[in-house]
Design a protein around this ligand. Structure first.
Ligand SMILES: N[C@@H](CCC(=O)N[C@@H](CS)C(=O)NCC(=O)O)C(=O)O
Length: 204
């Protein structure tokens, strides 16, 4: 089989998730960096019809979930627990990252405030921080520690982990994370995981 090629923004959390799944599974891949607005180009739309990243070629797959699932099925790492209920819990947490955590941390905090220019609306910033607390509190309550489900790394950790690293960008984010000891332990466990860190957006 030809070498898989992953296309994406170097700093994307979802790209890190997908690359981490390949890396943990022992699937060598090439990474092709694309930057906005190229994710809307005709050539990228052939790879991802909704103009998002990540996408993979060899085999052609789009959406992080598809890439993570393929890595789990064909690679060396088990990213979903064998127990059906635990596997379903992983799916639930992955869905929560896409539906709630990404919005709170990336759209509602990083883009809206940390990277935004101009004077900050402090009341709105506090609301944004509170939205992160609401999401992280749910993950903290459910986490086994250090991993989210069970006693080993799963796809759920590969999804939430890159978002937790976003919080390390400044002191406010670090203070938020410090409120959640099990999630801090998750970050430490991931920091010690070579296959995860090797494809980190921190290296991009
Ligand atoms: N549902 C997608 C979401 C991926 C996603 O939102 N990627 C962001 C970068 S982190 C993106 O492509 N943003 C470009 C845009 O929304 O225009 C997945 O799970 O792969």
């Amino acid at each position: 089989m030809s070498t898989p090629i992953l296309h994406g923004f170097p700093k994307s959390t979802y790209v890190w998730t997908a690359r981490a799944a390949l890396s943990l599974a022992g699937i060598e891949h090439d990474f092709v960096s694309i930057m906005p607005p190229d994710h809307r180009s005709a050539s990228h739309l052939t790879r991802h019809p909704f103009g998002k990243v990540p996408s993979l070629t060899n085999p052609a797959l789009y959406e992080a979930a598809a890439i993570v699932r393929w890595a789990h099925e064909v690679g060396d790492a088990s990213l979903f627990p064998a127990d059906p209920i635990d596997a379903a819990r992983v799916d639930g947490l992955v869905s929560c990252v896409g539906s709630y955590a990404y919005r709170a941390i990336v759209s509602g905090w990083l883009f809206a405030f940390v990277w935004a220019k101009g004077e900050r609306d402090e009341a709105a910033y506090e609301v944004a921080q509170q939205a992160i607390r609401e999401v992280l509190g749910v993950f903290e309550a459910q986490a086994s520690g250090p991993w989210l489900v069970g006693d080993s790394l799963t796809a759920a950790d590969l999804y939430l982990g890159p978002l937790l690293f976003v919080l390390l960008i400044n002191d406010d984010g670090k203070a938020l994370l410090a409120e959640y000891p099990k999630l801090q332990d998750l970050v430490s466990a991931l920091q010690a995981h070579d296959a995860f860190m090797r494809v980190s957006y921190l290296n991009a």
